[in-house]
Write a protein that binds this ligand. Structure first.
Ligand code: NAI
Length: 406
């Protein structure tokens, strides 16, 4: 039976998917490093990690049999992806399972900012009964400006409209507006028109410092800014200055240029001195629902890879989405260096042995190719050994009737 090792308290929903696919599942609560990690890898066919377990080239080199790594989180920085590809180890993640969680928090923050709920709450904690309607507003009829209309931005759009907000957005790509949302041709046009601006762009060289003093100066006096995207997108000093002098009415920040490495570490920011700023510790996507969705998504990707060889959404090996293998067929799953002649050699070896190829799938990137051949059963194991022994082979395994062999 294939063995899956799940580290870092991955949500239990992953187990059922893997067990259904034939895996035995071993678990550990924390991250592993050094010899403990290598010893664990030695007894695993697939590894599940979150953000704390680092898999470097030396770890991967010590586990040449490791078929796949599931990152049960958004990012994959903790894995040396090139080294994994060179070893034929597929890496999967779950980039969008927490979309809804971020979108809900964003809309909740918009309501809190328009009603000044955090300021009122802080005052009451300090003993001040500030019962007043001044500067408190419904979000209904207010204009929400969304920068980045991708997975999260478009969900925010739907939820905000359900609350009666008027939604405008800007994206560098042409995006289908949902509901009554209306695109704008530039960042500036959104900044000038919106009562509340929310950022949902990725971290790229183009989005670094996207919102600085001059962009804040374009916003309506008393408008709100929400950043649940990445800390590098907003100039925090410029934002703190605009909050202090009342240029902006408030802000909500979940992400910061310098975030503490781990829970419990000290956090400092110029925004801590701003009473109108809602500050949260990068928890936009941190809900139990998102953890469960991540567990299901990544476990399903590992299961599909194990059973059929599908690498759809894989982050380091060419992506191929494969159909279920027909009964009686053998599937050869072959990852190799992307150099001329490999397919020709494989075809020749099979043809010489009289083996017919019923289906062939191929995807390549500049360094690596992944070819899958569905063939009639092969009687002579030496034929498969011959393919495996080709100098360009990085990894080869076969699958038949939902079983897989390294
Ligand atoms: P996505 O890739 O689905 O959407 C991003 C959108 O931004 C795309 O439509 C893209 O065309 C657009 N875009 C890129 N550069 C732009 C620019 N300069 N101006 C305007 N639009 C631009 O990404 P998704 O999933 O919606 O995530 C958005 C952000 O949220 C990312 O930065 C991500 O890291 C962050 N995030 C934060 C979380 C948290 O816990 N606070 C959790 C999950 C994601």
């Amino acid at each position: 039976m294939p063995r899956a090792l799940l580290l870092e308290s991955i949500h239990a929903a992953a187990d059922a998917v893997l067990v259904e696919s034939g895996f035995t599942v071993e678990r550990a609560a924390g991250a592993l490093t050094g010899d403990a990690l290598r010893a664990a890898l030695a007894r695993s066919d697939v590894l599940g990690i979150r953000s704390k377990t680092e898999l470097r080239a030396a770890d991967l080199a010590a586990a040449p049999h490791l078929l796949a790594v599931g990152c049960f989180c958004i990012g994959t920085n903790q894995v040396d992806l090139a080294a994994a590809a060179a070893a034929g180890t597929a890496v999967f993640n779950s980039p969008f399972s927490n979309t809804r969680s971020v979108a809900e928090m964003t809309v909740a923050e918009a309501v809190c900012l328009f009603r000044r709920l955090f300021e009122k709450s802080a005052l009451l904690h300090a003993g001040h009964w500030d019962k007043s309607a001044a500067n408190s507003h419904e979000v209904r009829g207010r204009t929400l400006g969304i920068i980045g209309y991708g997975h999260i931005g478009s969900q925010v759009s739907v939820l905000a409209e359900a609350l009666g907000m008027r939604v405008i957005f800007h994206d560098i790509l042409r995006k289908l507006p949902l509901g009554n949302a209306s695109p704008r041709p530039s960042l500036e046009s959104v900044l000038r028109e919106a009562d509340c601006v929310t950022l949902h762009v990725p971290e790229t060289p183009q989005t670094a410092g996207l919102i600085g003093a001059s962009q804040i100066a374009m916003m309506k006096r008393g408008a709100f800014l929400i950043n649940n995207a990445r800390g590098s997108v907003v100039d925090t000093d410029a934002l703190a200055a605009a909050l202090h002098d009342g240029r902006l009415g408030g802000a909500a920040l979940d992400v910061f240029p310098d975030e503490p490495a781990k829970a419990g570490d000290r956090f400092t920011s110029p925004l801590q001195a701003c009473g109108s700023a809602i500050l949260t510790p990068h928890i936009g996507g941190s809900t139990e629902e998102a953890q469960e969705l991540i567990a299901l998504e990544v476990a399903e990707k590992l299961a599909r890879f194990w059973e059929r060889g599908s690498t759809e959404t894989c982050v380091n090996i060419p992506q191929v989405d494969l159909p279920v293998l027909r009964d009686g067929q053998l599937r050869i799953l072959h990852v190799h260096r992307n150099v001329p002649g490999v397919l020709g050699t494989m075809h020749t070896l099979l043809a010489r042995a009289g083996v017919n190829i019923n289906a062939e799938y191929l995807q390549s990137n500049p360094s690596t190719s992944y070819v899958i051949l569905d063939v009639e059963p092969i009687g002579d194991p030496a034929l498969l050994d011959g393919i495996r022994a080709m100098p360009e082979t990085i990894r080869m395994r076969t699958a038949s009737n939902a079983t897989s062999r390294g």
